[in-house]
Design a protein around this ligand. Structure first.
Ligand code: TA6
Length: 301
């Protein structure tokens, strides 16, 4: 249970940061600064809204998202941890791990000297976590809200044995029409095509969308650009600690089957996910820390 009054007393910033209750008794942080507005749920430490002042929203959120404790919300920046995709051996465990389904502990909320707002969350090391993940891990998410949005996911192995770490910042970007956009920065990269029979292919030129698209690009350089011809801005994605980039759009049938996409919602979103997935899964030795981080910003053409 979250106590909004207690949270407000501890972390509220008058005129900048407040707490609200969403359906499903889920708490959300609303940030309104001179630089941007944003919304971040305590569940999953999940950004569900981000808009720089004077610009269009960068992040897409389905208007048919379900707000149910323990269920991931469709849109924003879901944090996939400590595995990406289906669990390697146990189909009963949730796809993309459990981190996005549990309430994280807000540790700090502050305004930086340059007016950016920084939030820090820790993943609770409780029985629920240990039931699904036997490796003692210290996990922190830092979200910095300014003219850019920065999300940083730090995992430290505090146990005595190494473990494989799969993760992604599964970001849903808002676009005018996915059929008209292109993504630059992946040209020449090999990718695992997850649509139909899995196949390994190589990207030629910009990524464009004419059907369901679900690809794990490998050995990627960390910088991608979404070009949306209906706007005079490009969306720049800069990642560190990630050598794989997932590009996903469910297209018509899959979006309908998922049930939490609004009608034609698939047209207004594209996921470009900075990840450690497939060949890029990280082997974290005892005492080692890995940081996966991404920065999102609009730039003039
Ligand atoms: O990142 C792409 C993907 O793995 C797709 O295969 C699709 O499953 C998507 O994630 C959404 O997954 P979710 O569990 O959030 O419905």
């Amino acid at each position: 249970m979250n106590d909004l009054e207690q949270l407000t007393r501890r972390f509220g910033i008058p005129g900048v940061l407040r707490f609200e209750q969403l359906p499903g008794n889920l708490a959300v942080i609303r940030v309104e600064s001179a630089l941007a507005t944003a919304s971040v749920m305590l569940q999953g430490a999940q950004v569900i809204g981000y808009q720089p002042r004077g610009e269009r929203p960068l992040i897409w959120l389905s208007s048919r998202s379900r707000y149910v404790a323990g269920k991931s919300v469709r849109g924003g920046v879901p944090i996939c941890w400590p595995w990406f995709g289906p669990h390697a051996t146990d189909p009963a465990l949730p796809a993309h791990g459990f981190a996005r389904m549990v309430e994280w502990h807000l540790r700090q909320a502050l305004t930086l000297p340059d007016d950016r707002v920084r939030l820090e969350f820790d993943l609770p090391q409780d029985a629920a976590m240990r039931a699904q993940w036997r490796y003692p891990s210290s996990v922190r998410v830092t979200i910095t809200i300014g003219r850019e949005l920065e999300v940083s996911l730090a995992t430290k192995n505090v146990g005595s044995e190494g473990f494989p770490l799969g993760q992604a910042l599964h970001t849903y970007f808002q676009v005018s029409d996915v059929r008209c956009i292109s993504i630059r920065g992946l040209d020449g990269c090999a990718y695992l095509d997850k649509v139909g029979i899995s196949a390994r292919r190589r990207q030629q030129g910009p990524v464009t969308f004419t059907q369901e698209t679900d690809r794990i690009y490998l050995d990627t350089g960390g910088a991608c650009e979404i070009l949306d011809p209906s706007t005079d801005r490009s969306l720049l994605i800069t990642a560190t600690g990630s050598r794989s980039t997932v590009v996903w759009n469910p297209w018509i049938e899959k979006a309908e089957k998922m049930g939490d996409f609004e009608v034609d919602g698939y047209l207004r979103m594209v996921c470009v996910e900075s990840a450690n997935a497939a060949d890029d899964t990280v082997n974290l030795a005892p005492g080692q820390e890995h940081v996966l981080a991404a920065q999102y910003r609009l730039v003039g053409r």
